[in-house]
Design a protein around this ligand. Structure first.
Ligand SMILES: *[C@@H]1O[C@H](CO)[C@@H](O)[C@H](O)[C@H]1NC(C)=O
Ligand SMILES: CC(=O)N[C@H]1CO[C@H](CO)[C@@H](O)[C@@H]1O
Length: 467
């Protein structure tokens, strides 16, 4: 009896003791060393991972099947990187806002070289905060107000050039959003440089998704050369402005006026970066709006009535016909159409962050260097947050969405600082399009392409004509 007890004691005691010791020890170790499991999920093939499964179909199919199998946090491997995808509003809030210091924004090195290493997206901390302040200053409502008449001229000019013809909506919208971007960056000076900037930017864009091999003849090489030419043009504009000694309220003015002083190179990287961030995303949103309005005649009718009422009331009160800031505040229904378009189309399905250290996250461990992807598209299409999520129904935004369930511009310190400008250029174009033109889609309109972002197949060919 005694010896059995002794034996059990001798065996059990060290086990119990060491367990207690280990637990105590682990409590004092940095959290990353504790052995929490990785999130559940599969990593697919070596290197390729599950990239094709994700990009060969509606990403929602991939997200939904993963969430069903593994829960709202799961691991996968895409674009050559191990990733953790997170699909709940609460977890997105942690990554983007409350615990954002643990997750830095991240981009492939080749994109960094192409847009410019000093551009705002590639930074965090003090330098990022300074740039963000400068961008926000130029894109806040007070500043956007001043450029409404010029945006309006661009919208009218674009619509006129499309009148009567068969157009590729996305391509044409890219021209419009490019011109608005130049206007917001360089003010009216932009017009003189428009064609040169456009030519260089076009070459830069062609190489953007190419293999990053910098040898003569490659698209990447041409893009890098175009990048240098863009920087040269911008340096000329900067030099010209220094001589003029004016103060400018556009984005370049905001960057040049900064007392702490930015180098010309830092300024150029950021101007190129802003064009990049502003153009295709907004053009894609506009393309979707044109599609949804064509598919939903009752919504188009309501938008047209709202916009015609503005024209009428201006006429009656003898006001100038130009749109003012106050007018754009009288477009609640059109604004809801924009919100619903951004929700359904979810142009950026997700964003990329990277764990800056081993992170303990909702019971799992995320290793340092892994990518962390908040799935905006999944959140925007979750039936728990939006009933009949696939249905286009702007009236759902008559009540404001719950926090962190609607993030077309992201959230936190890296959210899109250009959202006011983007909404403004959309409202202005829709105003003129709905009141003066009619359009119909040409060919079948069910296809969607998803890489790099959601867009109607073939850029939505339409025929547009004056009413
Ligand atoms: C961003 O996060 C804050 C804090 O969680 C939240 O209050 C706000 O509603 C969020 N914004 C969006 C657009 O969801
Ligand atoms: C605020 C809210 O209702 N959030 C819900 C959105 O949907 C997710 C599932 O995808 C739920 O977990 C949230 O509670």
């Amino acid at each position: 009896m005694d010896s059995i007890f002794t034996t059990i004691f001798c065996i059990l005691f060290p086990i119990i003791l060491s367990t207690i010791l280990l637990k105590t020890l682990l409590k004092f170790l940095p959290s990353g060393y504790r052995k929490l499991p990785l999130p559940p999920g599969t990593m697919g093939w070596p290197y390729i991972g599950e990239t094709f499964q994700l990009y060969s179909q509606n990403p929602n199919v991939f997200f939904a099947s993963k969430v069903k199998k593994f829960g709202s946090i799961f691991k996968t491997h895409i674009l050559g990187c191990p990733c953790v995808m997170i699909s709940s509003p609460a977890a997105a809030k942690l990554v983007l806002v409350t615990k954002s210091e643990l997750f830095k924004p991240t981009f492939p090195a080749s994109k960094e070289r192409m847009l410019g290493k000093q551009a705002i997206f590639f930074h965090d901390g003090a330098y990022h905060a300074k740039l963000r302040k400068l961008v926000l200053r130029a894109f806040m409502p007070e500043s956007v107000k001043n450029v409404i008449p010029d945006i309006e001229s661009l919208a009218i000019e674009s619509l006129k050039s499309w009148d009567g013809g068969l157009i590729n909506t996305f391509q044409e919208m890219k021209t419009y959003t490019f011109n608005v971007a130049l206007l917001s960056i360089f003010g009216k000076d932009g017009i003189h440089y428009r064609e040169d900037l456009k030519k260089c930017y076009y070459n830069l864009e062609k190489g953007y998704n190419s293999m990053p091999i910098n040898l003569p003849g490659t698209l990447f090489h041409k893009a890098m050369k175009a990048r240098q030419e863009l920087a040269k043009i911008i340096a000329n504009i900067i030099a010209f402005r220094r001589e003029m000694k004016h103060t400018y309220t556009d984005l370049l003015g905001s960057f040049m006026g900064d007392k702490e002083g930015l180098t010309d190179e830092q300024i150029a990287d950021n101007m190129i970066g802003v064009i990049f961030a502003a153009r295709d995303t907004t053009a894609s949103a506009l393309t979707w709006i044109v599609k949804y309005l064509a598919e939903n005649p009752s919504v188009l009718q309501a938008v047209t009535e709202e916009q015609e009422a503005i024209v009428r009331s201006k006429k009656e009160s003898g006001e100038e016909s130009d749109l003012s800031w106050a007018d754009t505040k009288k477009m609640p229904l059109t604004s809801r159409v924009i919100q619903e378009t951004l929700r359904v189309s979810s142009i950026l399905s997700f964003t990329f962050r990277e764990a800056v250290q081993d992170v303990e996250f909702e019971g799992y461990s995320i290793p340092k260097g892994w990518k962390v992807l908040p799935l905006f598209r999944h959140i925007h299409h979750s039936p728990e947050n939006y009933s009949e999520p696939e249905k286009f129904d702007p009236s759902r935004f008559e009540v404001s969405p719950k926090p962190n369930t609607f993030m077309p511009f992201g959230n936190g310190t890296h959210s899109c600082p250009g959202n006011e400008l983007a909404k403004m250029e959309i409202l202005v174009l829709v105003h003129h399009m709905a009141t003066k033109y009619r359009w119909c889609m040409m060919g079948p309109q069910t296809g969607i392409q998803y890489a790099p972002f959601a867009l109607p197949q073939n850029g939505l060919p339409i025929r547009l004509s004056h009413k």
